[in-house]
Design a protein around this ligand. Sequence first.
Ligand code: GTP
Ligand code: NA
Ligand code: MG
Length: 298
Amino acid sequence: DDEKDLIKRAPIVTVMGHVDHGKTTLLDTIRHSRVVQGEAGGITQHIGAYQVERNGEKITFIDTPGHAAFTEMRARGAKVTDITVLVVAADDGVMPQTVEAIHHAQAANVPIIVAVNKMDKPSANPDHVMTELSNYNLLPEQWGGKTPYVEVSALKGKGIDTLLDVIQLVSEIEDYKANPNRLATGTVVEARLDKGRGVVATMIVANGTLKVGDNIVCGNTYGKIRTMNDDTKKRLTEAIPSQPVEITGLFDMPEAGDIFVSIVDERQARQIAEERQARQREGELQKQKKASLNTMFA
Ligand code: GTP
Ligand code: NA
Ligand code: MG
């Protein structure tokens, strides 16, 4: 992209951490929503993507499940992200999925902001969290290191403004940019089959502008964007870089983590998808052949 075409885009912030450390509650407080209340067993089971506006600037948030069973989703969340907010409950400290989240963020070379949560609890011990995390290359700024720590209570709404300040400071420094004047590319964060609407995919635009009517190739499938809405269900005709959107119009289910690209020519979109499907079938056939040979000579 030409430098002159680039405009500022919202930071994409993934919230990660161990199960029940308060990721969704934190986002609920930031968004004035109540997602946690609707979750079965209080467990987040899918990736949520939201956008908020603060001081005239947008921030995109991705919520990930902390449950051990959702390793793959956390990996996907880490892939699309600019900044990781690592939520650690101050009464519980560093746990297995805390460590896993750190590894994802460090592997992706993404800045980490630690939100030390549940500070309202009498058993909260933020110093202990800082000491534990220092063993993972996350020495706090307060101790001469590079990692910002913010003490919060997601439940009571304490420290949230400071956390958002730090997020916006980091994005100011990192200076995220994209070119809205081109065909869109981006990533699928999740997809589901809706009885009435068909395939519904949540996607984040990485670059370009996505428009209703666009032909897209998305992993092994393709389609034409029929409808598009934001996380508040508002209908959209266009989505700019960093914007999360829910779209319909794909012929088949894409996989979370799939890359999508807009393509001018409808026939070409179908052709690319069909070639990919053929290659996938070929790959599966080869795998089956190998497996049966292995049993034959076992
Ligand atoms: P998973 O998505 O299942 O990994 O959990 P999560 O990290 O999203 O945690 P969630 O927001 O579901 O919160 C888990 C529990 O901790 C809920 O009962 C929340 O009310 C509680 N909780 C979250 N934040 C705070 C906090 O700041 N203080 C206190 N006391 N409780 C909190
Ligand atoms: Na939970
Ligand atoms: Mg959650």
